[in-house]
Design a protein around this ligand. Structure first.
Ligand code: XMP
Length: 369
């Protein structure tokens, strides 16, 4: 059983030993992990800790202000705008791992400047066990996994790295957050990945796609709050064609989209195709169909909820239930709610259709990139 009070007492001397009275910068993304890591350090070291939030342009609508407000009685938070630098380096990039690598390098270059500006010696970040287990397993390059991948931050960017939550799993982080007195809005918050909407603008990054996903995210979050462990929207290009072979094998029309998405099959990362099917909402039958479809080079399957005539984009709703985020089951949402969400989503300019992702992890991952 995890004991948060004991955890804090055990980590206290280690933290003093590493920081040696010097200042440290804590990167806060607004997600539960990074915020808890920063709050833990703030509890131990007070104003030797400088909590910062990089506004990379891939945050949700109003996120920086929201997080600042949520934390106002916990610790100060400086929001630093680096939007232009990130967008210009990533615009037009398509490949999931390339996007993640560029994001990671820019992120730490920016942090390195901030560390120097404050004359600090280390960076605190909220890496947790699941992050490095999956990155080491080659499933994806999680942006915040460095040491475990043999990257020496001191040589590369000039700061030490402190990861106080590296051995904890998500439910333990939430317990610690509650113990530290973080507001419920933070401790019970659904996770939000460091690279944010970048990895939910699936495939080629364009300004338009990013704005569509930002709008869509707000809508999906409004409807699904409290109904899943993690719930969000992704946007892909509405470009697909029928796969004759799979369709005839299953006796159902299966369309394949031009964008790709990550999955995990037999503990190995796969970057496969996204399929769409048009079926009635009978979940046992859907599960059976999905297990057959994902035997092919397909990592995510969406059922078509609503379509209109025009628009370049398809929005895919994702909602999963999970304890540890290492495996996850999609939520069997009812038709009424799916249709209500879809009706709002198709009002966004450029959205031609809405799908619901009915793939669990494995063989999909929770995110698409
Ligand atoms: P996947 O997609 O691997 O996601 O099933 C598992 C959990 O990790 C989150 N995630 C990230 N969190 N930086 C983060 O801080 C990242 O680069 C990142 N990538 C995925 C994801 O949202 C899910 O909760």
């Amino acid at each position: 059983m995890f004991n948060p009070s004991q955890f804090v007492e055990e980590i206290r001397p280690q933290v003093y030993n590493v920081t040696k009275g010097e200042k440290v910068v804590a990167a806060v993304s607004g997600g539960v992990d990074s915020t808890t890591a920063a709050a833990l350090m703030y509890t131990l070291l007070g104003d030797k800790v400088i909590p910062v939030m990089l506004d990379t342009g891939f945050l949700r609508k109003g996120e920086a202000e929201k997080v600042k407000e949520m934390l106002k009685n916990v610790m100060p938070l400086e929001v630093i705008n680096v939007e232009d630098k990130f967008f210009s380096a990533l615009e037009g990039k398509k490949d999931a791992e390339e996007k993640r690598h560029i994001f990671r390098d820019l992120f730490y270059e920016s942090i390195s400047e901030i560390v120097k500006r404050y004359n600090a010696s280390a960076l605190v970040q909220g890496t947790i066990a699941a992050d490095w287990v999956e990155t080491q397993g080659g499933i994806k390059t999680q942006h915040n996994v460095l040491v475990q991948m043999g990257i020496d931050t001191q040589t590369k960017w000039g700061f030490k790295l402190i990861e106080p939550l590296a051995d904890l799993y998500k439910n333990e982080v939430r317990e610690l957050a509650r113990f530290l007195g973080l507001p419920k809005d933070i401790s019970e918050r659904q996770p939000f990945p460091g690279p944010g909407l970048l990895i939910r603008s699936v495939g080629e990054l364009t300004r338009e796609k990013l704005e569509v996903v930002r709008e869509a995210t707000g809508i999906v979050e409004k409807y699904l709050e409290g109904m899943a462990s993690q719930y969000f929207a992704v946007v892909i290009q509405n470009k697909s064609k029928i796969d004759r072979e799979i369709s005839s094998e299953l006796g159902k029309e299966v369309t394949i989209y031009s964008d790709k998405a990550t999955g995990v099959k037999g503990d190995v990362r796969s970057y496969g195709k996204i399929a769409g099917i048009n079926v009635e909402l009978n979940y046992p039958k859907i599960r059976d169909l999905v297990s057959k479809i994902t035997r092919h080079d397909i990592t995510h399957v969406g059922i078509k909820i609503l379509s209109t005539e025009k628009g370049n984009y398809s929005v895919i709703i994702r909602a999963v239930k999970t304890e540890d985020f290492m495996t996850a089951d999609f939520v069997e949402l009812n038709e009424d709610i799916l249709i209500s969400i879809a009706k709002e989503l198709v009002k966004i300019r450029g959205v031609a259709e809405v799908l619901y992702d009915v793939t669990s992890k494995p063989p999909a991952t929770i995110e698409f990139e």
